[in-house]
Design a protein. Structure first.
Length: 72
């Protein structure tokens, strides 16, 4: 499965499976990635990750950045 790039209320994250576990990375303005500082539980399915991140970070929503969306 290819990594999932998501815009989470204006911040970019990359989530991918590594050795059967979800790993989450924050993507900086320079496109470098670093550990995101949160855990995506292993039982979450790929199609549920956007909703999981919405629920996790909903307090970060602003009028201009009010959603979680997948980036191609």
């Amino acid at each position: 499965m290819p990594p999932l790039r998501l815009s989470v209320f204006g911040r970019i994250y990359l989530v991918q499976r590594e050795a059967g576990l979800w790993q989450a990375y924050a993507v900086g303005a320079d496109c470098k990635r670093s550990p995101a500082g949160f855990v995506v539980p292993d039982f979450i399915e790929a199609e549920e990750i956007a909703q999981f991140l919405f629920d996790l970070f909903h307090e970060s929503a602003t009028p201009g950045n009010g959603d979680v969306s997948r980036i191609a």
